[in-house]
Ligand binder design. Structure first.
Ligand code: NAD
Ligand code: IPM
Ligand code: MN
Length: 365
């Protein structure tokens, strides 16, 4: 029997609700596929701050490093919003990404035919959308120095950050994205702001240089303002998008809405070596936390990405993808993707429906 160690980081808000569902789905899939998962739950974010005083305890990072993959919920919440930078839940997440060197963040946005009417866009615009945002995750303005606050002689305060990329960082994420595009429909769109920002000028130059290694991929460039417009104008023009850390953060939330809800988008954050982090792209949704309203599909689909990209267990991953489709086919919806004629249920029941156990004796476990 194959066995894997998985670090479970539920985090805050709806994080524990959606990771519980995904963990159960993993266990259930494992039992069907002869795979044993050894979960170790650790603290991250606000939960870690309350318990240990820091958002990423050393123990969490070392356990995560030694595991085969990390399944993460979400972090953050009102309670910690005014904390200084060092003591924010978000800082813990960024330290985790940096600590694991997961520079490549895959955020696929696929429109399920069953959810076409859940999108705020017209059916003919979203029908058939299948794109992936490849977001650089451990560089750019999120990590650039100098950063901080300063006060001038008149007492005027400034807050400042630095958008910075090295050729090495750009080359790595660009190659990663070309490889992805090659396995998809062979189209790569690099999104930047090279008309204004030096970091983007270098980005575009390096993307053009690396492109010579991939003559079979059709490369295009777009400024980020245009890209955000094109995403809602005609999303089907996109196959693979590669972009920097902050543009990728924003564009992937926008892409999520094409699919119907931010509660549908999974992600995989990968390093060249060592375990990946698998998490939904959404946050801790404090407005609906603790009410069994959260959509767990994004986290369940992240668990499928964990199996595929993290462990190479493609068959088990397909089983989860299939079970998600089946659950949607049978009409089960959380509030964020509800439309007339479907069945409105909570987070827990979606989990039970995915495992096909709802209502049976085993389902009570
Ligand atoms: P959010 O993604 O948490 O929520 C935005 C909106 O989408 C809310 O109305 C929320 O209810 C809804 N939503 C999100 N996920 C949902 C789901 N699975 N099912 C149904 N509805 C869902 O973004 P926000 O409100 O800007 O941020 C809230 C907190 O989450 C902040 O502290 C932020 O820093 C943090 N955050 C964390 C992550 C992460 O852990 N990776 C990502 C984004 C935001
Ligand atoms: C995400 C989140 C994070 C980010 C925050 C919480 C640090 O928005 O995972 O998309 O900006 O990367
Ligand atoms: Mn985000």
């Amino acid at each position: 029997k194959r066995s894997y160690s998985i670090t479970l980081l539920p985090g805050d808000g709806i994080g524990p609700e959606v990771t519980t569902v995904a963990k159960n789905v993993l266990d259930f899939t494992g039992s069907l596929e002869g795979i044993k998962f050894n979960f170790r739950e650790m603290l991250l974010g606000g939960a870690a701050l309350d318990e240990t005083g820091v958002p990423l305890p050393d123990e969490t990072l070392s356990v995560a490093k030694q595991s085969d993959a990390i399944l993460l919920g979400a972090i953050g919440g009102y309670k910690w919003d005014k904390n200084e930078k060092r003591l924010k839940p978000e800082t813990g997440l960024l330290q985790l990404r940096e600590g694991l060197k997961v520079y490549a963040n895959l955020r696929p946005a696929i429109v399920f035919p069953q959810l076409m009417d859940a999108s705020t866009l017209k059916r003919e615009i979203v029908d058939g959308v299948d794109l992936v945002v490849v977001r650089e995750l451990t560089g750019g303005i999120y990590f650039g120095k100098p950063r901080g606050f300063s006060t001038d002689e008149n007492g005027e305060e400034s807050g400042f950050n630095t958008e910075i990329y090295t050729t090495h960082q750009i080359d790595c994420i660009t190659r990663f994205a070309f490889e992805i595009a090659q396995k998809r429909r062979g189209k790569l769109c690099s999104v930047d702001k090279a008309n204004v920002l030096e970091a983007s000028m270098l980005w575009r130059r390096r993307v053009l240089a690396i492109a010579e290694e991939y003559p079979d991929v059709e490369l295009s460039h777009m400024y980020v303002d245009n890209a955000s417009m094109q995403l809602v104008r005609y999303p089907k023009q996109f196959d693979t998008i590669v972009t920097n850390n902050i543009f990728g953060d924003i564009l992937s939330d926008e892409a999520a809405m094409i699919t119907g809800s931010i509660g549908m988008l999974p992600s995989a954050s990968l390093a060249d070596l060592g375990p990946g982090i698998f998490e939904p792209i959404h946050g801790s949704a404090p407005d609906i936390a603790g009410q069994d309203k959260a959509n767990p599909f994004a986290t369940v689909l992240s668990a499928a990405m964990l199996l595929k990209y993290g462990l190479g267990e493609e068959k088990a991953a397909e089983r989860i993808d299939y079970a998600v489709l089946d659950t949607l086919n049978r009409g089960f919806r959380t509030a964020d993707i509800y439309s007339a004629g479907t069945k409105l249920v909570g987070c827990k029941q979606i989990g039970e429906e995915i495992m096909g156990l709802f209502g049976s004796a085993v389902g009570a476990v």
